[in-house]
Design a protein around this ligand. Structure first.
Ligand code: CAO
Length: 452
């Protein structure tokens, strides 16, 4: 048995975060990745998991302490073999700007999930207006619990220290809604709008409850954690953002020829020993670069709504959706405007691998101003990508195909790339979106335009 030091892993861009909850005590048998403490910055709370298994010998922090990356949290007694990467990707709660914010404030829309259909309009609604202005204080596990029940956490009154919401508070709230003692704010508003009675709530039928086994054999399996997290985020984004999607296509015949030639050159150079490693360039790297140019020309697409203001970002961090066995992740290429195609390709392949291995840190998924979702390696024509809040636009790309294109005299075989740009109609209008796509197509059609 040896002593193992458990330190604060990379928790992203957070400094001096306060320990707000200790979840273990000396003598406890700690499992690998078991949450030890919850820390909270002014933006988010996150649980820090143990990088080892063992018996907790000593805690080195107490509630109220401020910690930073590398600080000693605890000492375990155990075999020092089962190390997990020092990352809080699984348990962390990134800031609200993170593409897949594991513990982001629950979507107000989820409130309807607990509102009985046709709830009587006379029920007293909680008064959430004041509470909605700030993130409710609750640990990630309580937020997760609330999210699973569809409880709007910002309407739950906390009974813990400094108004912290506990699991019992969430249970009590659920009980009072289910028993009809109170209504959620969303249900109350909808009741009011619908005039109460029939059509109260969202006016929707309740979700169908079906005994599937009656119709044939079935298998039940738990939904992966990341899928549940992204589902909650996608649901909020879909319901809260007025999406519109513009479809267009770009002629990438020359660009694809250049890409293929570049890859061949790299391979040859590697074979002749001039280059140790070959970085494969895919269309996505060019798309990232082309989008940076379009974002520079149309800054509203690299923006976020913040109350009455629009935040226009002067940096160009581009997220890209990565399909992983555990679900969708969105790593971010930072400062894409300052990087070349090779560097972007290299970083993309490293980040995609990390995503597939479940090793992305919150920092690597945070800060994007615009996202690209490419299904080009798989297939399809067009789709409606869902905007990654708080961003205001996302580009979906599908597989390029050879098509006959009329050049004024004859049909020419051209390689056409389908583009689907979803945008937030609160910030962007259709004309700007059409211009954005036209400009993007022009760049992809002749990449020299990025120099202009
Ligand atoms: N048209 C035609 N071929 C394309 C293409 C396009 N638009 N984009 C990529 N390809 C080709 C590549 O050139 C590569 O071909 P070769 O194997 O012959 O060299 C092949 O498709 C596979 O590419 P890739 O997918 O490995 O690489 P990428 O850089 O295009 O994408 C990544 C990387 C991580 C984004 C991708 O693997 C992925 O996960 N995509 C799915 C994203 C997703 O799920 N989006 C939906 C989100 S909404 O649910």
């Amino acid at each position: 048995m040896s002593d193992i030091e458990i330190k604060v892993p990379d928790i992203g861009d957070f400094k001096d975060v306060a320990v707000i909850e200790i979840m273990v005590k000396p003598g406890d048998n700690i499992r690998l990745e078991q949450s030890l403490v919850t820390v909270e910055s002014d933006k988010a709370a996150m649980e820090i998991p143990s990088s080892h298994a063992g018996v907790l010998k000593e805690l080195k922090v107490k509630v109220g302490d401020k910690v930073n990356i590398g600080d000693l949290l605890a000492i375990l007694e155990g075999a020092a073999t089962a190390v997990v990467p020092a990352s809080v990707a699984v348990a962390a709660s990134p800031a609200p700007t993170v593409p897949t914010p594991q513990v982001a404030a629950p979507a107000p829309v989820a409130a309807t999930a607990v509102a009985p259909a046709g709830a009587a309009p006379a029920l007293p609604a909680h008064n959430p207006t004041a509470l909605q202005l700030q993130l409710p204080h609750a640990s990630p596990s309580v937020r997760k619990f609330a999210r699973e029940l569809g409880v709007p956490l910002n309407e739950v009154k906390g009974s813990g220290l400094k108004g912290r919401i506990t699991e019992s508070d969430v249970q009590a709230f659920t009980r009072s809604v289910m028993s009809g003692v109170v209504q959620t704010a969303a249900a109350a508003t909808q009741s009011k709008n619908a005039g109460g009675g029939e059509g109260a709530g969202l006016g929707l039928l309740p979700w169908p409850v079906v005994d599937f086994a009656k119709f044939g054999p079935i298998e039940r399996k738990d939904r992966a954690r990341i899928k549940k997290i992204s589902a909650a985020n996608l649901h909020r984004n879909w319901v809260m953002i007025p999406h519109v999607t513009n479809h267009d296509e770009a002629d990438i015949t020359e660009l694809e020829a250049f890409r293929v030639a570049t890859n061949l050159e790299s391979e040859k150079s590697a074979k002749s020993g001039n280059n140790a490693s070959v970085v494969k360039v895919t269309m996505l790297a060019f798309l990232i670069k082309a989008c940076v140019s379009a974002l520079k020309k149309f800054p509203d697409f690299n923006a976020s709504i913040d109350g009455e203001q629009l935040v226009l970002k002067q940096y160009f961090h581009i997220g890209f959706a990565a399909d992983t066995p555990n679900g969708l992740m969105v790593p971010v290429i930072r400062d894409a405007d300052k990087k070349g195609i090779f560097q972007i390709s290299q970083e993309m392949s490293e980040l995609a691998k990390k995503a597939r291995d479940g090793k992305l840190s919150p920092a690597e998924m945070s800060g994007a101003g615009f996202t690209i979702s490419s299904l080009g390696g798989i297939g399809g024509r067009y789709f409606t990508p869902i905007i990654n809040a708080p961003e205001v636009a996302i580009l979906g790309v599908c597989k390029s195909t050879m098509e006959p294109v009329w050049d004024g005299k004859a049909f020419q075989p051209r390689l056409m790339l389908p583009l689907s740009l979803s945008w937030d109609h609160r910030v962007i209008d259709g004309a700007s979106a059409a211009r954005f796509n036209v400009y993007l197509s022009q760049i992809l059609g002749d990449f020299r335009r990025v120099l202009l």
